[in-house]
Design a protein around this ligand. Structure first.
Ligand SMILES: NC(=O)c1ccc[n+]([C@@H]2O[C@H](COP(=O)([O-])OP(=O)(O)OC[C@H]3O[C@@H](n4cnc5c(N)ncnc54)[C@H](O)[C@@H]3O)[C@@H](O)[C@H]2O)c1
Length: 396
């Protein structure tokens, strides 16, 4: 029986620094992983990670194709920017490896479909780390809703709002290394995908329309470096049943906020509602530094130097699934669930691409508000994938 996976890490930037280094080296999942190679074109990042993992120079690469060709591996984790998930993932799956990717699956449905198709064709595992799926409050909401306790889902409002310093290149030290982070990324690609995915996991519905409204009023006024990006985006999603949701995300909350991310959610149904106190996980700190909501549920630095929380257990469970599959300990039902497009984040990518398209084609008012038009997701999927492939995803 296989008990450990030889893992190659492709991309070793911010998300590895903030989350995955703890998964690889300081978690209950670390014994499952033998991190033996890294690929990243950025030399300082590659060597920071190579040194941390004790990877010899001959197993540090600038190009993922060299890593795949030269090192014997069981799996890779692809931590590249969203629009660069597809090629390393497809190459690794075709090379017979299992793959884990941080959320979102990809920036476009075309890429997401290529990745899903490569997983199905190769029979290898593809796992997307949407860590909110492992948040005990989201799991409880999913179980209660799916037992029928609340009747028919009607509408929902979710918030996920980062403190300004997350996106502000004038803040020292910078949260994200690049000065143009908030121009290259939007609150939709970074934040909306978390909440849209969590909601869709709970209500298990396919989205068919998206409309986004973007507010650009704070970031362009930052000094001395202004940012040409959105402070806040309201993404309205409509589902097959006519139910709808507003996912409101941004990164312009004052730095005095009670936590790095101010967040909550409310789900309203025909027979009741659920309030998700996502921003109040239970440990409130009063200190000279200020009043802080600490979230030990997400990432908890334990006394024994290990790191726990759903930020770690979410990807950790994906590696457990890979081992179960490789050891023939995965039932047909578990395999079918693992390969389902909802599990693989296809519909979340569809919402992401639709919302970005809505913003890109919207009209901007003199006040800095971009009113995006409604984007028909069935049409978007058919244009990008062809009608028959879109229909296979339930988008006919
Ligand atoms: N909490 C979360 O769930 C969370 C948080 C942050 C980022 N993410 C996701 O993680 C991914 C990476 O984000 P990040 O913030 O670490 O970005 P980043 O820009 O800090 O790091 C990306 C790294 O990938 C490298 N890279 C680029 N092209 C490559 C290639 N072809 N092969 C190998 N390496 C390549 C870059 O040099 C860089 O070091 C994104 O998909 C992002 O959305 C998830």
């Amino acid at each position: 029986m296989k008990t450990q996976l030889r893992l190659g890490v492709i991309g070793s930037g911010s998300v590895v620094r903030e989350i995955y280094q703890y998964l690889y080296f300081r978690s209950q999942y670390s014994p499952l992983l033998d991190v033996c190679a890294v690929a990243d074109p950025n030399e300082p990042y590659r060597n920071w990670f190579g040194n941390l993992a004790g990877i010899p120079a001959e197993r540090r690469f600038a190009d993922h194709r060299e890593l795949l060709a030269k090192v014997e591996l069981d799996a890779v984790q692809v931590n590249t920017p969203d629009h660069l998930h597809c090629a390393p993932t497809v190459d690794a799956l075709r090379a017979g490896l299992d793959v884990v990717v941080p959320k979102p699956t990809a920036a476009t449905v075309r890429d997401a479909h290529a990745m899903i198709a490569a997983a199905r064709e190769s029979g290898r595992f593809l796992g997307i780390d949407f860590h909110k799926r492992e948040d005990p409050r989201i799991k409880e909401a999913e179980a209660r809703f799916q037992r029928g306790r609340y009747g028919t889902f009607q509408t929902a409002v979710f918030y996920m709002l980062d403190k300004l310093w997350v996106a502000d290149p004038n803040h020292s030290p910078r949260f994200f290394a690049s000065a143009d982070f908030a121009e290259k990324n939007t609150p939709v690609s970074f934040l909306t995908v978390h909440m849209a995915d969590a909601l869709m996991k709970i209500v298990n519905l396919i989205p068919v329309q998206v409309r986004a409204t973007g507010y650009s009023q704070k970031l362009p006024a930052l000094k001395p470096i202004p940012v040409n990006g959105y402070d806040l985006v309201d993404t309205e999603i409509r589902f097959t049943t006519g139910a709808q949701a507003h996912i409101i995300t941004g990164w312009a909350v004052p730095n005095s906020a009670e936590s790095v991310t101010v967040q909550s959610g409310r789900i309203l149904c025909s027979e009741g509602l659920m309030d998700l106190g996502l921003g109040t996980p239970g440990l409130r700190e009063v200190h000279a530094d200020g009043l802080t909501e600490v979230n030990p549920l997400f990432r908890n630095f334990e006394k024994d130097n290990t790191v726990t929380g759903y930020g770690i257990s979410s990807p950790g469970r994906l590696y457990q699934q890979i081992l179960a599959l490789r050891n023939g300990r995965c039932s047909d039902a578990e395999r079918a669930a693992a390969f389902h497009p909802m599990t693989l984040g296809f519909y979340t990518t569809l919402v992401l691409e639709g919302a970005e398209k809505s913003l890109a084609t919207g009209a901007k008012s003199p006040e800095g508000v971009t009113h995006g038009p409604v984007v028909d997701l069935r049409r978007l999927a058919a244009e990008q994938l062809g009608a028959s492939v879109a229909a296979a995803y339930g988008l006919q």
